[in-house]
Design a protein around this ligand. Structure first.
Ligand code: 5GP
Ligand code: MG
Length: 178
C-alpha cells in the first residue's frame, strides 16, 4: 500500500517494511554484541514501541527480561498543572542493566523524563535504543546508544506510531502529505 488515509489526513509510504526490519536487526546485533552476560531488562515505552519491541526481542540472543512502561498524565489535586507519572514498572531494577526501547525520539523530552525517573532506582546502567531519531529537532541532553534510522522532521505513522490512535497496525511507516 502506497497511501493511507486516517481521519482527515493522507499519508504516503516513506519507509518500507524491509528497511524497518534491517534497522531493527542492526540494533539487535549491537545489543547482542554489547550486553551479552548482562541479563538486561528491556523496558518498552508504550504505546508506540510495542511493534519494535516484539520484532527486536525475537533477534536478541541472551537471557533477558522485558517489561512495559508508560506515562500516565493526570491532574494534580492542588493545581491544574499536568503531572506525568511512570506506571507499569514492577521489577526491582537496582543493579540491573536496562535497555529503554523508544519508537521515536523527537524533542527528547519523553526519554529524558523516563531516565530521570529510573536513575534514583540505581540501575547498573541505562542504555537507550530508539528505532527512529529526528536529529533536526532533538534537544535533550541524553544521547541514544542505539539508533535504527535517522529521519527528517516529518510527522509519521505506522509500525506502532499513531495519528489520534489510528495507524499503529501498519508494517511500514507513512509520512504525512502536507
Ligand atoms: P519527544 O518526547 O522525543 O518529543 O517525542 C517522543 C514521543 O512523541 C514519541 O514516543 C512519540 O509517541 C511521539 N512522536 C514524536 N514524533 C512523532 C511522529 O512523527 N509521529 C508520531 N505518531 N508520534 C511521534
Ligand atoms: Mg512513544
Amino acid at each position: 500500500m502506497d497511501r493511507i488515509r486516517l481521519f482527515d489526513k493522507e499519508f504516503a509510504l516513506s519507509i518500507n517494511p524491509a528497511r524497518i526490519q534491517n534497522a531493527v536487526s542492526k540494533i539487535a546485533e549491537e545489543i547482542n554484541r554489547d550486553l551479552t552476560g548482562e541479563n538486561p531488562i528491556f523496558l518498552s515505552i508504550l504505546n508506540g514501541s510495542f511493534m519494535f519491541t516484539s520484532d527486536l526481542l525475537k533477534k536478541i540472543r541472551m537471557d533477558c527480561q522485558v517489561s512495559f512502561i508508560k506515562f500516565s498524565s493526570y491532574e494534580a489535586i492542588s493545581s491544574t498543572r499536568r503531572v506525568k507519572k511512570l506506571i507499569g514498572l514492577d521489577e526491582d531494577i537496582k543493579g540491573r542493566s536496562l535497555v529503554l526501547l523508544e519508537d521515536i525520539i523527537d524533542t527528547g523530552n519523553t526519554i529524558v523524563s523516563v531516565v530521570n525517573e529510573l536513575k534514583p532506582m540505581k540501575p547498573k546502567q541505562i542504555k537507550i535504543a530508539t528505532l527512529f531519531l529526528k536529529p533536526g529537532t532533538y534537544n535533550g541532553d541524553i544521547n541514544p546508544d542505539y539508533v535504527g534510522l535517522e529521519i527528517p522532521n516529518d510527522f509519521i505513522v505506522g509500525y506502532g506510531l499513531d495519528y489520534n490512535q489510528l495507524g499503529r497496525n501498519y508494517e511500514g511507516v507513512y509520512k504525512i502529505i502536507q
